[in-house]
Design a binder for this molecule. Structure first.
Ligand code: ADP
Ligand code: MG
Length: 309
């Protein structure tokens, strides 16, 4: 797969403190790439380096195969973690000003702003002062200004923080639409459900080192461990329970069921298949539920960080 952005062996020190240690990421064209990690891991530092706000001490960044240069800024839209707008300026005035800084003519900027303000239903904010807006409202303006010049790479540092669930969802849909229209997205977040819903690739940074990356599906496959949630109406419940416990690694399961069934979370041996388990279960009674347990990003995050610490 063609890479739009490659960061190679990036290290960055702040005085004695090493904020990034030999971290590399590769972001495929057209992907939604999630940058995950605990607070202080180094995510923002990496995003700032990609945006040429901070210089790395070591390592290189390539955009579309070219070593990163100042003019590449025009191809990148960046929503920083620390969001600042001029409080006393009016929304429209400010948006027009920022759009023109990104190289749009006033006419272009006006047309694009109209499109986005209509789209996000914020047209009537145009003459409001920034200081009259709530945090979430100001953040919507900042989102618009980030994407306005149709950059091919969009970088959002914690795009959902400060948004209520409805606006977070709206921004999520807008980000996915930008991806569908051809942009490549990198974003950092602590909202694991956004990662589940949006990302096709992730990288996990912990204590300045990248400790996991790849296609989200491949990572999930690597973390899946032959575990199934099972519902069973057993012919003889006591016997079924003890037979299962003898044969497999069995935990209670918590899925919802309208049947009066036994619920188990069963792990089968690596060389056994789901059919082996099904076959055995069917000898014990009627199967009402059978579902492979897919590891969530949340589980993967916690397990990997704990192992690494
Ligand atoms: P994250 O975004 O993953 O929460 P950051 O990249 O913001 O983490 O920060 C990583 C570490 O680097 C933190 O310990 C932070 O205090 C430190 N750091 C970041 N920027 C600076 C700076 N300009 N000067 C000194 N330390 C910094
Ligand atoms: Mg950060």
């Amino acid at each position: 797969m063609e890479k739009l952005l490659v960061a190679q062996n990036i290290s960055k020190n702040f005085g004695e403190f090493r904020a990034l240690d030999d971290a590399s990421i590769e972001v495929p064209k057209g992907s939604v790439f999630g940058l995950l990690g605990p607070n202080g891991a180094g995510k923002t530092t990496l995003l700032r380096i990609i945006n040429q706000i901070t210089m790395p001490d070591q390592g290189k960044v390539f955009l579309d195969g070219e070593p990163l240069q100042p003019h590449h800024i025009q191809n990148i839209g960046y929503l920083p973690e620390e969001r600042g707008l001029y409080k006393s300026m009016k929304v429209g005035e400010q948006a027009l000003y920022l759009a023109q800084l990104k190289g749009l003519s006033k006419t272009e900027a006006k047309a694009k702003l109209k499109y986005w303000f209509d789209r996000l239903e914020i047209g009537d904010w145009w003459d409001k002062k920034i200081q009259e807006l709530s945090k979430g409202m100001a953040q919507k303006i900042q989102f618009v200004v980030t994407v306005l010049h149709d950059p091919k790479l969009l970088i959002f540092d914690e795009p959902f923080s400060g948004f209520d669930p409805i606006n977070a969802n709206l921004i999520k849909d807008e980000i996915l639409k930008l991806r569908d229209d051809g942009a490549t997205i990198i974003f950092s977040t602590h909202r694991m459900e956004s990662v589940e819903e949006m990302c096709d690739h992730i990288a996990l940074i912990n204590k300045s080192k990248k400790i996991l990356d790849g296609k989200l599906l491949d990572i999930k496959r690597a973390y899946q461990n032959n575990t199934f949630d099972v519902g069973l109406i057993a012919t003889n419940p006591t016997e079924a329970s003890s037979l299962l416990t003898d044969k497999f690694n069995v935990q209670p399961a918590t899925f919802k069921s309208i049947n009066d069934d036994l619920k188990y979370r069963i792990q089968v041996a690596p060389d056994a298949s789901s059919n082996d388990l099904l076959h055995y279960l069917s000898s014990l009674g009627q199967i009402t539920h059978f579902n492979e347990v897919i590891p969530s990003v949340n589980d993967i995050f916690i397990e990997t960080i704990n192992k690494n610490n």
